[in-house]
Design a protein around this ligand. Structure first.
Ligand code: NAD
Length: 362
């Protein structure tokens, strides 16, 4: 099993180090190879996704990714900005299905911005289509308007589009995931206003005919945003397009207490995947040793489960995270009165200790 390790920028290397440490104590034989990506790759090789990094990602069975980006690169031309690396990897590797579980650990109920009774026991899965929609649609650009409200003015435009096969394959992913959970899918759209999402709704409904054992309902994205903070536990699997999924999955992240807790997987059609925390490179706390590594550690667990066929090892990591939280260890983002504040490295050490049966120390 070959894993490409792409730490990236900001807190990327701090959190990925901890996940690698955890992978190394599992007694599994991995080959791990590290490469630069994002701003670090731009500094080293003049491009956020150098050919050697892309080739390593293609050759590997799975990719463990930290995060990319820093404000200092905001003035670069768009193709050279760090964030293009992640878009490039998704495109070149055909990673069309993004899984973002939002689970509220009992110990972190108090860290959520919602009332404890709304989030206690929360376990929802957001499945976001990742390679289509307005983020990739062509044409896009800037021009002088020939019509609209201000003909002759400068304007910018993007194109929202989805083809039937793109919607069908993500709908299959969602229905199959629901079969392993509570057999309920909510498809989120904006069919009342957008042609693209009326089509989305029609195609999801067509695919649903093959999954009569799974319940399907449809919800407009504005209502979904509201229901996620009003009654999040009503959801099981949520499937939606690239842009709506981007926004709703961050909203769901906050239900669980901190974005530092949320793993994600981006899979291709044969379950090869890129695994990364749901958060970014957090330049505001980079280098301080305070970032929460648990989202990355839990992403490594997803990698073992989805791409490397090591469900048992994944379960050991997940149980260890639960043990560490139950022992009261908290990085600052999830800290509350009465718990023990620890840094990135101590949190990683504690997960390793929980896996290897040693005493957990802060
Ligand atoms: P961010 O997720 O990096 O940070 C948002 C807030 O959450 C910050 O206050 C940060 O300190 C905090 N935070 C994030 N991860 C944390 C962790 N593990 N532990 C504790 N606190 C954590 O989002 P942002 O500030 O909007 O973006 C920063 C940079 O990251 C930008 O350059 C952006 O483009 C990039 N970004 C990259 C990815 C990616 O690599 N997939 C995703 C989102 C944003």
């Amino acid at each position: 099993m070959k894993i490409a390790i792409l730490p990236g920028d900001g807190i990327g290397s701090e959190i990925v180090n901890e996940a690698v440490k955890v992978l190394k104590v599992l007694d599994l034989s991995f080959e791990m190879e590290t490469a630069v990506v994002g701003g670090a790759a731009y500094e080293a090789a003049g491009h956020p996704l150098p050919e050697t990094t892309l080739q390593l990602a293609k050759d590997a069975d799975a990719i463990l990714f930290g995060a990319v980006g820093d404000w200092k690169y905001d003035k670069l031309d768009r193709p050279l900005r760090p964030e293009q690396a992640i878009l490039g990897l998704r495109k070149h590797l055909g990673l069309f299905a993004n899984f973002r579980p939002a689970i509220c650990y009992p110990e972190l109920v108090g860290a959520s911005s919602l009332k404890p009774e709304l989030v206690a026991g929360l376990d929802i899965l957001i499945i976001r289509e990742l390679t289509g929609d307005i983020y990739f649609g062509q044409p896009r650009g800037r021009r002088v308007a020939v019509d609209g409200h201000f003909p002759g003015a400068d304007e910018a435009f993007d194109t929202m589009r989805y083809s039937r096969p793109e919607i069908e394959r993500i709908a299959h992913v969602a229905f199959q995931a629901a079969r392993k959970r509570n057999k309920k899918v909510t498809s989120v759209d904006k069919a009342n206003v957008l042609e693209t999402f009326q089509f989305w709704k029609d195609v999801v409904t067509d695919v649903h005919a093959q999954y009569p054992d799974v319940e399907l309902d449809h919800m407009y994205v504005d209502n979904a945003a509201m229901q996620l903070v009003k009654a999040p536990k009503k959801f099981d699997v949520v499937v939606t397009g690239n842009m709506f999924g981007d926004i709703l999955s961050d909203e769901a992240a906050m239900l669980t207490g901190s974005i530092g807790m949320l793993p994600s997987a981006s899979l291709d059609k044969s379950n090869k995947g890129l695994y990364e925390p749901s958060h970014g490179s957090a330049p505001d706390i980079a280098g301080k040793g305070v970032a929460n590594p648990l989202a990355t550690i839990l992403s490594a667990a997803m990698m073992l489960k989805f791409s490397l066929n090591q469900a048992e090892a994944a379960a050991r990591i997940e149980a260890a995270v639960g043990t560490v939280l139950a022992a009261g260890l908290r990085t600052p983002d999830i800290w509350s009165e009465g718990t023990q504040k620890v840094g990135t490295r101590e949190m990683g050490d504690a997960v390793v200790a929980a896996i290897t049966g040693k005493t957990i120390k802060g």
